[in-house]
Design a protein around this ligand. Structure first.
Ligand code: ASP
Length: 411
C-alpha cells in the first residue's frame, strides 16, 4: 500500500514509539529556560544542543585569547566529524538521491567578513570551507561543484560522506516512499490542504509493521530500527549554529548542516544564507538558526534578530519577534505552523543571550535546548513561542485552538 507524506500519524501512535529524534544522550544539567537573564558574562559561547560536548575545549581556547570565529568553528567541527550525528557533515542524512549535500556559513565580527558554501558534496568540514571562501576569495558564497573544487584546491580531502547507517535509513525512506516524495506544492502553497483524517487505527499498525519488516530486510540493526522508522516518517532537520564572544567584546558566528533529510538535490536551506542561518554584527551581536530553513529564509531570521537588538530589543524579545514573523507568514494558521519549527540562538555583544523556539520541542520528551559556556557549561531549555511540540512532515492532526490563547506572545 502506498502512503502519502501528507497522511498523518496520530498522537497515540507517536506516543507508542518510545524513541527520540536525535538520540543525543549527552550529559546535561537539569535544563532551565534560557533567555531570562538581563546582563551577560564574557567570554561566552552559545550553540545548538549538539555542540554541547565540544564547548569545554572551545571555551578554553577562547579564554586563552583565541579568535572568536576559530572558537565557534572548533565547536561545529565536532558534529561535522562525528559520523553518528546524522544532521551535520560526515554521516549526514542524504538528499532524495542518496547524496549528502552540505551547507555552511560563517561571519567574523572583528574584520566584518563573511564566507559561505551551499550544496557541497564529498567534503565534510564545510564550515572550514566557508571560512576559506571568506579568507581566500573575493566572494562571499560558492555553491555545488565549484565550491567542492575550491575546497579540494585549498587542500580539503574528498571523501564519501554517506555512512552505512545513513545509507540504510535513506534506503528505508526510498522504499517506503516509492510513490511519494518532496515534489509538489509545499506548506506555503495557498491551496495547501491539511490532510484528511485517515482511519489510522487500522492503517498505522500495518504501516509500522511493514516499515519494521523493510528495515530488517535492508539490514538495519534491531537497536536502530525504531529511530530509522521515525526519521522516515518525520524527515528530520538538524544543524549546528555557534556564536562566540570574547572578553574584549569581539564576536563571530557560524552555522553548518546537512540540511533537511531527503531534500531535492540542489536544495539549499537557510544555513548558508548570510542573514538567515547566521548573522553577526560586531556592533550588536550574533544570531543563528536551526529548523525549517525555508521559513527562516523568508524572515531573514538572524539578520532580523540583530536589527531588533540594534533598535533596543533584548535577545529574548528580538528572537520572539522573528518567530512571530514566521507565524504571521501563515496568518497564525496552526494547521500549517504545526509542521514548521525554528530555534534561534541569540548572543548580544554584552554577553546577554537567549535561546528561543517556535515550539517547545520535537516531541514532549525532546525539548529544544541551547548549550552555553561562560565558565559554567550547561544546556538550557529554549523559551518557546507556542506551547506543545512540532512535527515535520508528514503533517500531524490539527492542534487545539487554545494553544493560541495560551501563548502570551500571540496576544
Ligand atoms: N535549517 C536547516 C535546513 O533547513 C535544517 C535544520 O536546521 O535542521 O537546511
Amino acid at each position: 500500500m502506498s502512503v502519502s507524506r501528507r497522511d498523518f500519524l496520530t498522537t497515540a501512535v507517536v506516543g507508542s514509539l518510545s524513541f527520540g529524534l536525535h538520540g543525543q544522550g549527552r550529559e546535561e544539567q537539569e535544563p532551565r529556560p534560557a533567555g531570562a537573564q538581563a546582563g551577560g558574562k564574557r567570554p561566552i559561547i552559545v550553540c545548538a544542543g549538539n555542540g554541547y560536548n565540544y564547548l569545554d575545549d572551545a571555551y578554553k581556547f577562547l579564554k586563552n585569547g583565541g579568535d572568536t570565529l576559530e572558537a565557534a568553528l572548533r565547536v561545529v567541527k565536532g558534529p561535522e566529524d562525528d559520523p553518528k550525528d546524522d544532521s551535520v557533515g560526515l554521516g549526514g542524512l542524504p538528499n532524495e538521491e542518496g547524496v549528502v549535500e552540505l551547507d555552511a556559513c560563517c561571519m567574523h565580527g572583528p574584520t566584518r567578513r563573511a564566507g559561505s558554501v551551499g550544496g557541497v558534496r564529498n567534503i565534510k568540514n564545510v564550515s572550514l570551507v566557508a571560512k576559506a571562501v571568506m579568507e581566500h576569495t573575493g566572494h562571499v558564497m560558492l555553491v555545488g561543484e565549484g565550491a567542492e573544487r575550491f575546497a579540494v584546491a585549498r587542500g580539503f580531502a574528498r571523501e564519501n560522506l554517506l555512512t552505512e547507517h545513513s545509507r540504510k535509513i535513506w534506503m528505508l525512506w526510498k522504499e517506503y516512499h516509492s510513490t511519494d516524495d518532496w515534489w509538489g506544492p509545499g506548506l506555503a502553497d495557498p491551496h495547501f490542504q491539511p490532510p484528511a483524517l485517515p482511519p489510522h487505527s487500522e492503517l498505522w499498525p500495518e504501516r509500522l509493521r511493514k516499515l519494521a519488516e523493510m528495515a530488517s530486510g535492508i539490514g538495519i540493526e534491531p537497536e536502530f530500527r525504531q529511530s530509522a522508522i521515525w526519521k522516515v516518517l518525520f524527515p528530520p532537520t538538524g544543524t549546528i549554529h555557534c556564536s562566540a564572544l570574547n572578553e574584549k567584546g569581539e564576536i563571530s558566528g557560524c552555522t553548518t548542516t546537512s540540511g533537511l533529510a531527503f531534500k531535492l538535490p540542489g536544495r539549499v536551506g537557510d544555513s548558508p544564507i548570510i542573514a538567515a542561518g547566521c548573522y553577526t554584527d560586531q556592533d550588536v551581536g550574533s544570531a543563528g538558526a536551526t529548523g525549517s530553513g525555508e521559513e527562516n529564509i523568508k524572515v531573514a531570521g538572524a539578520h532580523t534578530i540583530i536589527e531588533n537588538m540594534r533598535h533596543g530589543m533584548s535577545p529574548l524579545e528580538a528572537g520572539m519577534d522573528a518567530l512571530k514573523r514566521i507565524v504571521r507568514n501563515y496568518n497564525s494558521d496552526m494547521n500549517k505552523l504545526r509542521f514548521v519549527d525554528m530555534t534561534y540562538y541569540v548572543l548580544r555583544k554584552d554577553g546577554a543571550y537567549a535561546g528561543v523556539s517556535l515550539w517547545e520541542g520535537y516531541t514532549p520528551d525532546k525539548p529544544h535546548k541551547i548549550a552555553v559556556h561562560d565558565g559554567n557549561l550547561r544546556a538550557e531549555k529554549t523559551v518557546a513561542l507556542l506551547k506543545g511540540s512540532s512535527q515535520e512532515f508528514p503533517p500531524f492532526p490539527p492542534i487545539p485552538e487554545d494553544l493560541k490563547k495560551d501563548s502570551e506572545y500571540l496576544k
